[in-house]
Design a protein around this ligand. Structure first.
Ligand code: FAD
Length: 483
């Protein structure tokens, strides 16, 4: 037993979506209190329908492993209901301070409120800080105090004219770990069985989960990606995007670290447009979080209520063809196969593949969002829900429903040499560029020369792009009449 004076100098830092040591304000606050007891809780009890998906779990396994290494093996891991585990652990160890960085998903907010109340009843101080957003939702409001629903004023008037994001802070010095672990049933990272899904075999060899992986990734992006980002980011084969999203989701790097490392690099860039565009993309993430914070039902209901009248189709066969990358539309199939093989999909292709599902197939965006949730290593409730609503046209500041991407012309435009599409749909590799995105229109001799037999070596399109487009527009008109 330790005496009460040394116990009061013990702080629990609860790692959640902040799996890093640098620029971690709540961790730094805990270290200032005294000895550190770092914990992680896999809480599948409180997440309801938004339980972490398979690809994210795969990532989490390696991220926790990396974090534990940085913490000299001192991370205590639990599996269960955080509302029970945390107060019990605080009591058992006599901890008087618990720290965490705030999360913004509705289920986490509700859970954290309960834990906060319970801990305060036990006489435990909770220090909660902002570790994940440049501007928290309540920092960016219109003059009348209501949240923005349109991105541009949110960013230009709300974010950029508001307080500048805080500067990143260093890894806390002289961390002393507590040996006082309580009697609660801690488990090992392997006991969490995060690798039980198929994701282990599908991982891209390029992914390196964890804080070091995130730092290496941003360094690589600063050296190779940011120059030309503004134009290049739309071309999946160009590799101009940062691929930081899974690192950001689990907080292996903070947006503050990204924001300021870019700002320091600004003088090296020929065009300010690259930096502006990248910062704006980061701000889309902030906008998604604001939308989720002020619309707790964002993942499950149309923000624009008129879409409640939209007649979605139920078509299990088409849904499966889309999920497995067998729609017969090469650019869509390339994206869906990239997702399945690597846990990731380039943003441009996400938009095209999502649009094909909700518009050409007229399948409810929530089906698509569910699939992405399970397959993406960066699955993020705010970004995924807001982006799907954007594509479906039912969100705040969404793409107008009647603007329907043509996946064949999108392929021609954004994968002009076909490198990306050939990589993920190798059975079409022999087709000349002219027919790569519309093989159903290719002359027979061209298909023969490329060794392609439609519906044998590669599917014929599951819908006609033109008629399915018109069907979607008609359904949209019906919806407007019904509301
Ligand atoms: P970069 O171009 O390098 O951008 C840097 C960062 O800015 C990203 O890491 C991300 O945090 C943020 N960002 C970029 N674009 C967007 C955007 N459109 N909306 C919000 N934030 C953005 N992103 C997720 O993080 N998780 C998701 O679950 C997710 N689901 C999506 C679903 C659909 C249907 C669509 C169209 C987009 C989705 N996005 C999601 C947004 C976007 O596709 C990814 O953030 C981006 O592709 C990640 O790649 P990157 O890190 O290389 O991006």
């Amino acid at each position: 037993m330790t005496d009460s004076s040394s116990k009061s100098a013990l702080a629990i830092h609860w790692f959640r979506q902040d799996l890093r040591l640098s620029d971690n304000p709540a961790l730094t606050a805990a270290v200032k209190v005294g000895k550190l007891l770092p914990i992680y809780i896999l809480d599948d009890q409180n997440s309801g329908e938004h339980k972490m998906g398979g690809a994210s779990r795969w990532w989490l396994h390696y991220s926790l492993t990396a974090l534990n290494k940085s913490l000299q093996g001192k991370l205590r891991v639990f599996h269960g209901d955080a509302t029970e585990i945390l107060p019990r652990l605080a009591q058992e160890t006599g901890t008087k301070t618990v720290t965490w960085n705030r999360c913004y998903e509705p289920w986490r907010i509700n859970r954290d409120k309960k834990i906060l109340t319970d801990l305060e009843h036990l006489g435990v101080e909770v220090i909660s800080t902002n570790g994940s957003l440049l501007w928290e939702p309540w920092d960016v409001l219109k003059a009348d105090g209501t949240p923005y629903r349109v991105f541009t004023p949110f960013y230009r008037k709300g974010c950029l004219k508001g307080t500048a994001p805080r500067k990143p802070i260093k890894v806390p010095e002289n961390i002393t770990f507590s040996d006082d672990k309580g009697t609660g049933a801690a488990v090992t990272i392997s006991d969490l069985s995060l690798l039980s899904s198929n994701w282990d075999i599908k991982k891209s060899p390029d992914w390196v989960p964890g804080e070091k992986g995130a730092q290496d990734r941003i360094r690589y992006f600063l050296d190779n990606g940011i120059k030309g980002y503004n134009k290049g980011r739309d071309f999946p084969a160009a590799e101009k995007c940062s691929n930081l999203s899974p690192h950001l989701h689990l907080g292996e790097i903070s947006p503050h670290q990204i924001w300021y490392s870019l700002a320091f690099q600004a003088h090296l860039l020929e065009s300010g447009e690259d930096l502006d565009q990248f910062q704006m993309e980061l701000a889309w993430r902030e906008f998604s979080y604001s939308l989720l914070f002020y619309n707790a039902d964002l993942p499950d209901t149309n923000l624009q209520k008129k879409f409640d009248y939209f007649q979605w189709r139920k078509d299990e066969t088409a849904l499966q063809a889309w999920q497995t990358g067998n729609t017969g539309i090469p650019f869509v199939d390339a994206g869906m196969r990239e997702l399945w093989q690597t846990g990731f999909m380039h943003n441009r292709v996400r938009m095209v593949a999502a649009s094909f599902l909700v518009k050409n197939l007229m399948i409810d965006w929530k089906e698509g969002a569910r699939w992405f949730w399970d397959c993406l290593v960066d699955a993020d409730l705010a970004n995924n829900s807001a982006s799907w609503q954007w594509v479906a046209g039912c969100g705040a500041d969404a793409a107008p429903y009647f603007r329907i991407f043509n996946p064949a012309t999108q392929g021609v435009r954004f994968d002009p040499k076909g490198e990306y599409t050939r990589k993920y749909v190798p059975e079409l590799a022999g087709l000349p560029d002219k027919w790569l995105f519309n093989p159903w229109e290719a002359p027979k001799e061209v298909l023969d020369a490329a060794g392609i037999v439609l519906d044998e070596t590669y599917p014929a399109p599951i819908v006609d792009l033109k008629t399915s487009r018109q069907r979607a527009l008609d359904a949209f008109s019906d919806m407007k009449e019904k509301q």
